[in-house]
Design a protein around this ligand. Sequence first.
Ligand code: G1P
Length: 289
Amino acid sequence: MTNKIRKAVFPAAGLGTRFLPATKSSPKEMLPLVDKPLIQYAVEEAVESGIESILIITGRDKSAIENHFDISFELEQLLQARGKTAQFEQVRAISDIAQISYTRQKQALGLGHAIYQAKAFVGEEPFAVLLADDIVDGDDPALSQMVNVFEKYNAPVIATMQVEGEAISRFGVIDAEEVESNVYKIRDMVEKPAFEDAPSDLAIIGRYIFTPDIFPAIEKTEKGAGGEIQITDAMRQLLKDREFYALKLEGTRHDAGDKLGFLIATVELALKRDDLGAAFREYLKSLKL
Ligand code: G1P
């Protein structure tokens, strides 16, 4: 079994109910932050972290994702004919970014069930899972920070961050012991606990490195929070047999699948742009807030 993380799975079959009406017929993964769809940020992060092969788990009304990573023949011809070389190269690079395949999750039965659709693709190697609406903005790609921890401890790794107050109940939450700066050995975890029951303020965020033994664990997992097959419950099963670690990521995490989180991410990323940042900053300063 190779120990290099070469494959990544992107669950993208969710119905995007937190972002209606924009997500009525278009996938939430295609919502743009400034000018780039959410899923492209996550795919770029994966590729920068060493991923070669990607499986996107899609559902109905998700063909825009496949089109985005395909060659756009007419557009490319037009850009070339008009001498718009930079734009041509930008568009072409998206279809060359990685080897991407697709499979459908026919029913939205939960994140654990979505990840299970990747069993044949993954085979016998460790792999990453990235949830595209969690955008992590930092100097080092989030997944590559986690790959380092995986290689050191030779065990599955999930991403975590501190969440203050009642908001913790929107996440999976870990009970864990810090073993080195920002690295935790997980004792237990629970999906979306009530605030009073949360074992800590350490929330799970949408980056995971799994080993293939997660699949039999998902098979044994019954419906949990929200009546769905939860990946947190499958990890909890596996925790009986093997060690699991969590890494507090460096960088800022944005929940771009949430309307307010999306607005915040848009502003933060726009301010960092060389081509837009200065003018946008001037505009924001002019607002009489
Ligand atoms: C999922 C996971 C949850 C995690 C969250 C991070 O929940 O089930 O454990 O904390 O992603 O974004 P969802 O946001 O899909 O409800």
